[in-house]
Design a protein around this ligand. Structure first.
Ligand code: SF4
Length: 447
């Protein structure tokens, strides 16, 4: 069971030395109890206290990672059930399945699709994160050949080695252990052998059982064999079971501190019907899956799943922002148009995208409004004539352009007169209300 703040306080040095960054040992104890601080922030804690508190202060969902370098996938560490309470920490990873029974041509084409799946949206790079190679053939030699081929063709992509055959597991890990793949496939029949292989090759282990009770017993058993980095699969395949099991797992870990289920979850969402697959994968993203396994890479499916994941895993309390500055779009000349907007990421990317679409090289002045969109920033008094005028003067843009015309968003047309008053010598032009009107607006001016 989790310790209370007072119980934790009794185990701390009680010197109030502030080295942990908190004003008192009691304040630090309270943060530890809320799992908002880490014990290693106190350099003077005794070994005995470390032993007792280490277990109690461990995150309720164990941090587990696989892959290597900057493509390492982190999972677990979640602290809340709902994202309005606090930001979710580690986004669900998307893995595409390759079966070792498929032809080499098909396998190579899936690898190509994974490698070219990356898109950039709102300043973040989004992609299919991992490849799961499934030993459907049951043969060690074919599996080994496929793993070797895929690992050579996709040297940086994190791998999931999926087999229940310890011989096949060992043969492939000899090839790819240094990439720290996830070995998936421990079950009640092979637990000892798979745990030994995971321990020998220092890789995390995926554990599968039918139902939550059997899963808890199996994780306890594997933990007692010395493997702690686990990813769990309750065997849920139907949408209803995925939601139910994943919710029970998350609740048991967070609310009851139930360690046997305090691990990241993997869900298998592959379906013949790709729309159904996208729907089930969406449920996984929304309800606590750490790895969502897909059957194929398709642009439409990627875009919907990437966008959903991005929305679920952003911090709802902090608007996404871009840096305040004057951005060049295309290769603007001194006489090119100057537009202005706010620094809400979505606003910036939509407006800059539409300017790009217009093919009219321009400058876009992006003003810091604490990440608010145009209308909200105006209503909040952050996108006012005085502030816009001050920003334009301080930006130094007057030295770069040969005109004195500022195009403002149509929604704040009301500001045009006031801005002209604050910026003597400038002309303010009201642009379109919606960003999708920008290309026609800019092209018309050119003609
Ligand atoms: S560093 Fe340790 S001893 Fe010092 S105030 Fe923090 S908890 Fe107390």
């Amino acid at each position: 069971m989790a310790l209370t703040g007072v119980e934790i306080f009794k185990l701390l040095p009680k010197t109030n030395c502030k080295k942990c960054g908190h004003p008192t040992c009691l304040a630090f104890a309270m943060k530890l109890a809320q799992r908002q601080a880490s014990l290693d922030q106190c350099p003077d804690v005794s070994e005995e206290a470390k032993r007792i508190l280490g277990e109690a202060s461990a995150p309720p969902i164990r941090p587990v990672s696989f892959g290597s370098g900057d493509r390492t996938l982190k999972m677990g560490e979640e602290m809340v059930l709902f994202r309005h309470e606090k930001k979710f920490v580690n986004p669900a990873a998307f893995a595409v399945e390759i079966k070792d029974t498929e032809s080499d041509d098909r396998i190579n084409s899936v690898v190509e699709d994974v490698l070219s799946s990356e898109i950039e949206r709102v300043g973040q790079k989004l992609r299919i994160d991992a490849i799961l190679i499934n030993n459907v053939s049951g043969e060690a030699s074919r599996f080994e050949a496929v793993v070797k081929n895929v690992s050579e063709k996709a040297p940086n992509v994190p791998l999931i080695i999926a087999t229940g055959n310890p011989e096949a597991a060992e043969a492939t890990l000899k090839i790819v252990a240094s990439r720290r793949p996830l070995l998936y496939g421990a079950n009640k029949d092979n637990a000892e052998q798979m745990a030994n292989i995971a321990k020998t090759y220092k890789v995390p282990l995926g554990v599968k059982a039918d139902g939550l009770e059997a899963l808890s017993s199996l994780t306890e058993k594997i933990k007692s064999l010395g493997v702690e980095d686990l990813v769990i699969d309750s065997g849920a395949m139907k949408a209803k079971d995925i939601i139910e099991h994943n919710t029970l797992i998350r609740r048991a870990a967070l609310k009851k501190n139930f360690k046997p289920l305090g691990y990241p979850v993997i869900n298998f969402c592959q379906r013949e019907d790709k729309i159904l697959e996208a729907l089930i994968a969406s449920l996984g993203v929304m309800k606590y899956s750490s790895i969502v396994v897909l059957s194929s890479v398709e642009k439409w499916k990627n875009l919907s799943l990437f966008t959903l994941r991005q929305n679920i895993y952003t911090d709802p309390q902090v608007p996404m922002q871009v840096e305040q500055k004057v951005y060049k779009i295309g290769e603007p000349r001194p006489e090119s148009p100057l537009l202005i907007t706010t620094n809400f990421s979505l606003t910036y990317f939509i407006v800059s995208g539409e300017i790009e679409n217009s093919k009219v090289p321009s400058r876009l002045a992006v003003m810091d409004c604490e990440g608010l969109s145009v209308l909200t920033a105006w209503a909040a008094g952050k996108f006012t004539a005085a502030k816009i005028a001050q920003f334009i003067k301080e930006s130094g843009i007057e030295n770069e352009i040969s005109h004195r015309e500022l195009i403002i968003p149509g929604y704040v047309a009301i500001l045009s007169g006031a801005i002209e008053e604050k910026l003597p010598g400038w002309k303010v032009t009201v642009g379109p209300k919606e960003a999708n009107g920008i290309p026609a607006f800019l092209r018309q001016r050119m003609s």
